[in-house]
Ligand binder design. Sequence first.
Ligand code: PLP
Length: 388
Amino acid sequence: MADFKLADRLAALPPYLFAAIDKAKAEVAAKGLDIISLGIGDPDLPTPDFIIDALHKGAQKPVNHQYPSYVGMLGFRQAVADWYKTRFNVELDANSEVVSLIGSKEGIAHFPLAFVNPGDTVLIATPNYPVYGIATEFAGGKPEYLPLLEENDFLVDLEAISDETWQKAKMIFVCYPNNPTAAVATREFYARLIEKAKEFNVIVVSDAAYTEIYYDPANKPLSIMEIKGAKDVAIEFHSLSKTYNMTGWRIGMAVGNPFLISGLGKIKENVDSGIFQAVQEAGIAALQHGEPHAEKFRAIYKERRDVVCGALTKAGIQHRVPEASFYIWSKVPEGYSSSEFVTNVLMQTGVVLTPGNGFGAPGEGYFRISLTVNNDLLKEAVSRISNL
Ligand code: PLP
């Protein structure tokens, strides 16, 4: 037998959080417990039919059967630019300020390869989507985690970062509406972040995957691109996954500073060949005509949110009522660690939750609930947890 070993960079990684959750779930299901999974942020509602029809039409065109453009069809990039204009009143040049992605995870994972040299410091607001740190390490960079604390409403405390840290940083990752805490960035926060980034020549990476899952139409989440000066320092990752229930389709986009976009495009030229054009045509349909559907999805999540928050309050479990995203960030009861609590709940009730510390050390003491199952299952899940 050959004696192969994983590369150090991969061997050193802990198990990918959501893969580990799937494994634990399978083990408990094998014991016969009826599982309710509130562990992963994967919308349960189907993709709207008109998007599927656009895919079908697109798949029938022979021209779409060949290699697509690395950076995306101009039509898709223009639809992204038009959507940013309608939704955020942000002007983007489809040629130089937009790139298509095979899901935003792909873009986030590749981006540090374009700008981080081995040994460079990358600041990561945490708890966080685990890909920021993994991508940094794959590029040879050094992640430095910035705690998101309840007393700051889970915004990065920009003033607490020393000049020395800013000076050595190459890039900073932030995500609002935040996964997992559901916090939303203010205009003032983004403005100060841009100011700091300009002062210290730091690249700002904004992950905006959840801007369309909001509950108060009078208070919609911002894109960092709405803030003056953003295009000087920032790239923003976005996705059709959560907005239109398209996680399986693998389609997303990055927008912003043209040099940052072209750097990512260069990586993509070398490692992938873009998104199936029929999927991009479906994506154009989604961006142009998806809003009434997104509206319906928001109403469904809002009902779910209210059901779960009501039940958690009754059960005496502290939680943050989200203004955006489909996550509820809750405190584990006294006397438990996040992992103990989540394991206990899984083993005894079959309900899958995500331990807060899985998103980084400052997540200890919390757990995350995803509102991605129907109301009956949500009620059943919370009642099982309360009985425990
Ligand atoms: N960013 C955040 C914060 C996420 O939670 C996710 C997925 O869960 C993604 C990005 C990736 O989404 P996708 O690759 O489907 O666009």
